[in-house]
Design a protein around this ligand. Structure first.
Ligand SMILES: [Zn+2]
Length: 312
């Protein structure tokens, strides 16, 4: 199979992280000490099983060269954003601007195109992945190939399997080509400062489209690939934030909106409750069926008894 990014080389890379590795460090622990629990709405799935990072890795989607190209942008983002955004020593790198109910950070030390590429690469990888956790999340094939084109065009190339352009020169090249860069608008929001980042997880909603509702670690991404008109409001943020302040829609500025911790955790809790409800509904059906097979009267009491046994 050919690499899904360059479409030329054989996809010989194993263990590609579908979500950028740096985003996962605080979420599931360092490599080889990874801890990941998959919560699906399938009632028979054991969500207490430690699956490490298996669910978010995939073999043979990229070639070794493209894996390096993706890492290049991840390292840049990680150095300028992930490692500094909560560190008071680097406050001057982020300009704080007040907005409705909260504030946002304008990131001054990363090129906005690089920032956008990193975000797009994560959404695109989730869309092309066939791992169960991302299976239901699918962009349209037109958007998928536009993102692939953009990433392939702008990520640095390899020579003899090495990236031999320095960061500064790459940024210069990117700036020179900015007119060829298509911006798909999105909002990225960050929980202000979560002490326990183990609680957060990955979530790609399969129903909402305008915007897509995505959670990656302590970040919420709302991406608009159609019109920048906010239609779906699954996280109920539309009336709470000022879209015109927070939207990333050009190649000159990139910004991260900040959500108070409790507001972020409320969204996580809502998703968890919905998943639990859905599991219980499905479990109820399983129990009714089992009672019927065994000729036991189907009534609320018997269904509940059986459900209690299965939930334990
Ligand atoms: Zn490739």
């Amino acid at each position: 199979m050919n690499c899904k990014l360059c479409n030329i080389n054989e996809a010989d890379q194993t263990g590609s992280h579908v979500t950028s590795a740096f985003l996962l460090t605080s979420q599931i622990g360092k490599r080889d000490f990874e801890r990941g629990f998959l919560l699906t709405t399938d009632p028979t799935q054991d969500y207490t099983e430690n699956k490490k990072a298996d669910d978010i890795k995939e073999d043979n989607i990229f070639c070794r060269d493209c894996e390096k190209r993706l890492s290049f942008i991840e390292n840049y983002y990680s150095t300028e954003i992930t490692q500094k955004i909560e560190n008071p020593n680097f406050k001057p790198n982020f300009e704080t601007i007040k907005s409705k109910n909260s504030y946002y950070l304008q990131c001054k030390r990363i090129d906005p195109i690089a920032f956008h590429l990193l975000i797009y690469s994560n959404i695109w990888r989730a869309s092309i992945s066939t791992q169960p956790i991302y299976n239901h999340f699918k962009l349209s094939s037109v958007i998928e190939s536009e993102l692939q084109f953009l990433l392939d065009l702008f990520l640095p190339n390899t020579v003899d399997h090495k990236i031999n352009i320095g960061l500064n020169n790459w940024v210069k090249d990117v700036r020179n080509c900015k007119d060829f860069f298509t911006v798909f608008p999105y909002i990225i929001l960050k929980a202000e400062n979560l002490e326990n980042k183990d609680q957060t997880y990955e979530f790609f909603d399969n129903i909402t489209h305008n915007p897509n509702h995505i959670i990656l670690n302590e970040y919420i991404i709302l991406s608009f690939f159609g019109k920048t008109e906010w239609v779906d409001d699954f996280f109920q943020l539309r009336d709470e934030i000022e879209i015109t302040d927070l939207i990333n829609d050009n190649t000159e500025i990139c910004k991260v909106g900040v959500l108070p911790n409790d507001r972020f955790l409320k969204i996580i809790e809502m998703i968890r409750n919905l998943a639990v409800e859905d599991r219980l509904r499905k479990l109820e059906k399983v129990c009714v069926l089992e009672l019927a097979i065994h000729g036991i009267p189907i009534n609320q009491e018997n269904v509940k008894k059986l459900m209690d046994i299965k939930v334990k």
